[in-house]
Design a protein around this ligand. Sequence first.
Ligand SMILES: Nc1ncnc2c1ncn2[C@@H]1O[C@H](COP(=O)(O)OP(=O)(O)OP(=O)(O)O)[C@@H](O)[C@H]1O
Length: 302
Amino acid sequence: MADGQIVVSGLTKQFRRVRAVDNLSFTVEPGRVTGFLGPNGAGKTTTLRMLLGLVAPTAGNATIGGQHYADLPDSLRVVGAGLEAASFHKGRTGRDHLRVLCAAGGLPYQRADEALEMVGLTPAAKRKVKGYSLGMKQRLGIAAGMLGDPAVLIFDEPANGLDPEGIRWMRDLLSGFAKQGRTVLVSSHLLSEVQLFADDVVIIAAGKLIRQGRVSELTDADGMQRVRVRTPEPQKLLAELKAPGTAVQTEDDGALLVTGIPAAAVGHAALVAGVELHELSPQRADLERIFLELTSGKAGIR
Ligand SMILES: Nc1ncnc2c1ncn2[C@@H]1O[C@H](COP(=O)(O)OP(=O)(O)OP(=O)(O)O)[C@@H](O)[C@H]1O
């Protein structure tokens, strides 16, 4: 496959009464981790299922490297997917679970061990899956997606149930896959998670696209920029912070919270005012707040 770009175009799914996905269009680029974000019931799983040919769209298209999933000649080697909490045969060992998938997909058994190694499950390879923790099951789901060494990885809520250490591990693993040039699309309903592990984000609510972009662009967007500054002479600094669009609030601890101009401009104002600075810190806008602003009124848990 020349290119692992995912293109979703005018995708719509109408279940009897519910329009789960509504004229949705976005692209997902190779070499990056893209978080697919939306509140519960937003239509994430339905979109991923259409992308993987498991649900027929009512209208529109979803392609991977320019082809529909069903038309991919050797899908396991092109796309690795883990949807929902993968259904494991509880009496099987982790290794046997992967070997069954290898057999079904025409892959050598050795891939099972390689995938287990990749997700750090080698020590538990011969244990039955019923004894695995939720985090271990998530790792096994990722190993299953990696069996065919695919260029495109699609996971539904892979960080669900992981503790903070597990989420860090997941972030490193996914960004490692992206650095190898793979396309990584990961859904989540937790903004804090996406902020931790994604480069790009596609936000949907009620089946519709709300926003697509780089996480950094979203959090640093104009108007969302805030700079916290502390000085023993706030009044002198305030007199210099008069550029149009600048707003200043005083925090409980006496620090000034400046919005509308970048940190460098605040630093320059301090130089001009001749005041000493004890703090000058750009505040990253919280994705959670942005998300709530973007989806308010449209989300509604369905
Ligand atoms: N097979 C189905 N038949 C009828 N309605 C469905 C079906 N599958 C999903 N829906 C409905 O479509 C909407 C979107 O569901 P979907 O599971 O895609 O959302 P989601 O964003 O993945 O949510 P969550 O984060 O809770 O998993 C919901 O209202 C859901 O009830």
